[in-house]
Design a protein around this ligand. Structure first.
Ligand SMILES: Nc1ncnc2c1ncn2[C@@H]1O[C@H](COP(=O)(O)OP(=O)(O)O)[C@@H](O)[C@H]1O
Ligand SMILES: [Mg+2]
Length: 233
């Protein structure tokens, strides 16, 4: 589905990502996990074409996407939900979904507002409410919902559990597992190992812009050394 090889990203003189490689197979939920400043958001932005790669190759479903503009990457079927969510605060929930609507490039199920509301029942009850009046958790759900309206086959979620209340974290995990059952592939970034364990099949541990470890969630759970070295605060 997605394959990243030898990715190098700089911000000015600063080396941010070095020799980064990762893969997401069809139907997998993969977590990129690491502390604040490790390079998670930069990795996602590089995949979307929002920051230029100095070197490396990014392939999505056989297409080389590393020199494409962000809209072209999205059109191929990668949906991106950035860390800062960026919903339209003056538009209603329903209108936010309309903004996200996009005709799919390939096959795949078509997302409708009703289908989105079945996934996020909270949102169904506030269709006419302005985005800015929603709680942080509801805004995160709306950001994901709006991206789903673009009918992606791969979803990139940048720290979807960040700042959410525990109950909302559980609901978010349920929604991601439902998407996985429906066949969507997901790459998410996290600092929260608990959340990663709820949803992910595999993990890549990132520190200082390098992948330090990769394995299944069960392998990561069994590896205290890796967790202590790269994930404890
Ligand atoms: N626009 C930018 N200009 C310069 N440095 C940046 C910029 N954005 C992020 N960085 C730096 O790149 C590193 C990785 O950041 P980021 O990818 O946001 O990490 P994470 O998402 O894992 O918290 C950090 O050291 C951060 O300070
Ligand atoms: Mg980040």
């Amino acid at each position: 589905m997605l394959s990243v090889r030898n990715l190098e990203v700089d911000y000015g003189q600063a080396h941010i990502l070095s020799n980064l490689a990762l893969e997401v197979l069809s139907g997998e939920v993969v977590v990129l996990i690491g502390r604040n400043g490790a390079g998670k958001s930069t990795t996602m932005k590089a995949i979307m074409g929002l920051v230029p790669a100095r070197a490396g190759e990014i392939r999505f479903q056989g297409h080389k996407v590393d020199h494409l503009r962000p809209y072209a990457v999205a059109r191929l079927g990668i949906g991106y939900v950035p860390e800062d969510r960026r919903i339209f605060t003056d538009l209603s929930v329903r209108e936010n979904l309309d903004v996200g609507r996009r005709t799919p490039s390939g096959a795949g199920a078509l997302w409708t507002p009703d289908r989105v509301f079945a996934l996020f029942p909270n949102l169904a009850e506030m269709q006419d409410r302005a985005g800015g009046m929603l709680s942080g958790g509801e805004q995160q759900m709306l950001a994901i919902a709006r991206t789903l309206m673009g009918n992606p086959t791969l979803l990139l979620l940048d720290e979807p559990s960040e700042g959410l209340a525990p109950l909302i974290v559980e609901q978010m995990a349920e929604a991601i597992l439902t998407l996985k059952r429906q066949g969507l592939s997901v790459l998410l970034s996290e600092q929260n190992l608990h959340f990663a364990h709820l949803v992910a099949d595999r993990a890549y541990v990132i520190e200082k812009g390098r992948i330090r470890y990769s394995g299944t969630m069960a392998e990561l759970a069994a590896d205290k050394e890796v967790r202590d070295a790269y994930l404890s605060l």
